[in-house]
Design a protein around this ligand. Structure first.
Ligand code: SF4
Ligand code: SF4
Length: 396
């Protein structure tokens, strides 16, 4: 297992982190003995970073991890878990959640503690207003939390605002060869690195879609170069090729995934892909681009929108729905475009002012396409869901 050193605190972390959001299941719950065996196997093979969250597996992921780490394993690993801002309207709720997390994880400290799923700077400001950061700093000073960070799903501009607004110990972003220009983007990764903020990467395989839902032409492009290398290996190698990435989280669900990821993490050094291999990704991206319904390249020239619409973010979700046959894309749309953000960025916010359209090099009829996106992604039961989430968080 290759390791990389956290530049902030010297922690030597395995480049592969175990994401505990997709543990093996049985009878509608976690398959406990199998999940524990997977975790033990990963530790024995050098994985020392375990990522969970308050609500993964309906709250059972933290408890399972706590149980798996009994018997001397806890001391060998770093635990990362997350505070759900969308469940907070006052500080006492955060304190209660944190106490529950320590209890579930059977530990008296958390190594890496994240604000879960920040999407906008205004949302971060709301947490500061509730006193969350001051309280976390107190926990860090007493050693109950070792590192304070955030996980992010939002636009590039919002990432830049958040990452520069606080002396973070680390951050976590979605990053893979399909998302080089989405969410935090590559420039966000480089910005965090330039600030000395370590970056943990999540969704390296887009929830498995970069393995299971790839168009045949893309698979052929990969296998033409190397028939032995799986789509998962191509995707992981692409991320680990970035020296700015500290750990890549993989939500592993079975023995074969654990074995394959450990094997790849044994040789995936930074800057090790050859020009020919990098060219394979260029070809793959070209194929995917040609297959997209809205030909948005996420260049960002149309931004910012005076109504707050994340134009490339909306188009990315819409395109994925058809390109990757991604059934979870509606959830991702609501998540990243702001169901729980102080300032959402939905397609429906477009007032058709037309200001963006002259800037688009692809000559996309942006407002017309946003109208189409809005109907498909925000229709049906989704409007009430957004309303309930925002009401709970006391957001307008
Ligand atoms: S047309 Fe719509 S998306 Fe474009 S700038 Fe105006 S409000 Fe924003
Ligand atoms: S300018 Fe056009 S291609 Fe670029 S992000 Fe905006 S819509 Fe997409």
């Amino acid at each position: 297992m290759l390791t990389r050193v956290n530049p902030k605190n010297g922690d030597q972390l395995s480049i592969l982190g175990f994401g505990c959001m997709r543990l093996p299941t049985k009878n509608m719950g976690i398959d406990e003995s199998r999940a524990i065996a997977l975790i033990h196997d990963a530790i024995k093979n050098g994985v020392n970073y375990f990522d969970t969250a308050y609500f993964y597996h309906k709250g059972k992921s933290e408890s399972l991890l706590g149980k798996a780490l009994l018997g001397g394993y806890r001391e060998q690993v770093k635990i990362a878990t997350k505070l759900p801002p969308f469940q907070l309207s006052k500080l006492d709720q955060a304190k209660k959640i944190f106490a529950t997390q320590l209890e579930r994880l059977r530990t008296d400290y958390i190594d890496y503690y994240l604000l879960h799923m920040l999407t906008d700077k205004a949302g971060f400001d709301r947490l500061i207003g509730l006193g969350v950061m001051e309280w976390l700093e107190g926990l860090k000073a007493e050693g109950t939390i070792k590192n304070i960070g955030f996980s992010f799903h939002g636009s590039k501009a919002e990432f830049e605002s958040i990452v520069t607004a606080y002396p973070w110990d680390f951050c976590q972003i979605q990053y893979n060869y399909m998302d080089e220009n989405n969410q935090a983007t590559k420039s966000g990764l480089l910005l965090a690195a330039s600030l000395g903020i370590p970056v943990i990467v999540m969704e390296p395989l887009r929830g498995g879609k970069l393995v299971t839902h790839l168009p045949a032409q893309v698979k052929k492009t990969f296998t033409n170069y190397d028939a032995e290398r799986s789509p998962a290996e191509w995707a992981l190698r692409w991320i680990w090729d970035h020296s700015e990435v500290l750990v890549v989280l993989s939500g592993m669900s079975d023995e074969a995934q654990v074995a394959e990821n450990i094997r790849i993490a044994g040789h995936a050094k930074a800057n090790s892909l050859s020009p020919e291999e990098l060219n394979v990704f260029k070809q793959v991206k070209k194929i995917l681009q040609e297959k997209t319904i809205i030909p948005c390249t996420a260049c960002g020239y149309c931004m910012p929108c005076p109504s707050g619409v994340d134009i490339p973010g909306c188009f990315s979700c819409y395109n994925d729905k058809y390109l990757m046959e991604d059934k979870s894309v509606r959830f991702r749309y609501l998540q990243t475009l702001g169901a729980t953000s102080v300032k959402p960025a939905f397609a429906s916010q477009c007032i058709a002012c037309g200001k963006c359209e002259s800037h688009c090099p692809q000559q996309i009829a942006i407002s017309e396409k946003l109208n189409m996106v809005s109907k498909e992604m925000e229709g049906g039961i989704y409007k009430p869901i957004i309303w309930i989430a925002r009401k709970f968080m006391k957001l307008k």
